[in-house]
Design a protein around this ligand. Sequence first.
Ligand code: MIG
Length: 728
Amino acid sequence: MEYLKINEKISLHRFGTPLKTGAVTLDLTGNDFSEKTEINHLNISYEQERINLVYNLKPEDRIFGLGETLGCFNKRGMKFRLFNSDDPVHTPEKESLYGTHCLFMVDGEESFGIFIDYPGEMILDIGFSKKNIFKISVSDNNFDLYIFKIDTLQELTRNYLHLCGTPYIPPAWAFGYQQSRWSYPDADSVNDIADHCRNLNIPCDAIFLDIDYMDNYKVFTVSDDKFPDFAKYVKKLKKAGFKLIPIIDPGVKIESGYSMYEEGKENNYFCKDNESNDFTAACWPGKIHFPDFLSPEVRLWWGNHHKEFLENGIEGFWIDMNEPSIFYAPSALSSYFEQVKEIESLEDPGFELFRLKWLSESLANHPDYYRSFFHNNEGIQKVTNESVHNLFGFKMAEATVEGFKKYLPGKRYFLVSRSSFSGQHRISAVWAGDNMSWWEHLIVHIRMLLSLGISGFFYSGSDVGGFGCNSSADLVIRWTQLGAFTPFFRNHSATGTRSQEPWAFDDDTLNIVRETIRTRYSLFPYIYSEFMRSVRDFHPFVSPLMMFFDSERVKGIEDQFMFGESLMITPVIERNAIGRYVHLPECNWLLWKSSKWHEHNCVIYKSGDYFIETGLEEIPVFMRENTLMIQAEPQNYIGETIITELFVTGLVTDEAVYEYYTDNGEDSKHKDGEFSTLTITVNAIDDSFDIKVKINENFEVPMDVNRLSFELYGSKKGVYKETITLTK
Ligand code: MIG
């Protein structure tokens, strides 16, 4: 094993000659590796092709991280198989989901972090089989293992991002509400959604196009019947403030004359089977080939095919099925049919019938498939998909980015991927895939978001209202209230399920959901300022309480989280609950219980534990002492009007400083200093408040705020209100 000390915090242990995954961006060339046989904390054992790393868990150890996984936020007691999989039923025992993020922290007497950069299968048994044994089994002996010498979770993320790069920043409108369903298949149904939103005063920034917009599920086509004059349509919707986000699936339909198929075949752009023929699988379009995204040439080709969409005004995509998901391979299907015939011929099929059911289920995503096709990795070496499996989604995202770079140069783009790998946080968001309209999935949503944040995916979210199964009015309400405090805020549901748009239920539900979404929009100045800061600081935007407060108690809290630096969200996630218990760590807190963005009840709480009664229409949010929250009048969509007035709320007993941040929201010029800030400083002095406002304006980005209305708590005299008008 080779060893490299990168800096005081990070060291690298290199096994064999690992393949370059693209996860790490820090330039390590020119460094001198030395030989080493041991790794701090871990026992290494070799088992045929695999390498096992064992850590002896101490009673107090907690394990945090692992990105998109199920189970508790503290992963101790769980087992995971990191092998990207399209599994649409997220029950608690599932070991694999769509992404691989092998970054975690052991938090205990001796804390440290580990990141394994390896694109094939890894099994992590975290005290599941044996209570005190944490065994990591890597299915190959070529990989990089990084050790982080850190004491806290925020330090882990900071150092990991130093190694793997800055998180993706979406365009500003991506912080608005987004409406989706499988499917709004044609212009009429999309119009219906857009009209409902505007007529009912429900802010919305984006509408998603699921697979039915295409011509026969052929990638990069738009059905002419369903969207006559697509280009004009995209522009019309944009004028009304809606971005259209088409879905892109990787499988290319095998159909002679279809240009994607012909070009791919001719240029050898598809993954090959054992006999060097184009590998055939099946997905929505029927029989398909997979583009070999591991080849740079293929990525360019694929990227170029976004041209028409991007020139027609599309600014974002969601990319799906990129684990890649396989309904069946034709060879497996024929053997399945043979077995059906065999069973048919039996006089009494008996138990064989059940075997048939199991057989048909095992057709999808069978492990054999991933052994039977090959990539031409970076145009250099032939590798089985199995050995680089977890890169497919990442490399597809890179291919998409090639398109953005070419046809939307300099612009921020919107990209959310289902499958992902470490490092992908630089170029795309992820959503949590096919959750269910189950109350149990609200907490799953929170835990996953927090874990993803650790791995640098600051902008992510899960389907609000739940994807599979029928949702209900109360679930959509509670989920919208939670979703309003998550970065990617999209209501989405599966075909065949009950509609779950805000207006799909009754008037009460509509009103509550509308006010919740309007509250979200009122918080846009705060959300955007905080998000941009979180990226600058390498500190997750949505983060666990333990990133702010240090106590054993706080480390065990998984159903409350920080949203930026000022707000702690304590969502109600149980059906029929009339409220919930909350833990308020360390300082005083201001409970901001709102049912409308500008109407709220504020109550000061000392640190401790409380039961907070919460009506179905109310969102309990706690403001941290000596921080501020800023709001503006909600808009129909982000950027509809210029923000000139801010509403500032806070509990101030000493000093609170807030930096409101604004930029053009659509490109990367902020990196060169093209942003403006307005710094608000509030000091509590003798039962009153001293307020100072300082503008730092970049001439390219006007600071249009000219009025600030304050509502301050913490003085013995009660609430203090003041409005300040700024003159330039
Ligand atoms: O096999 O495109 O997770 O969001 O609506 C299902 C149809 C394929 C899975 C995605 C979901 C999407 C659906 N897709």
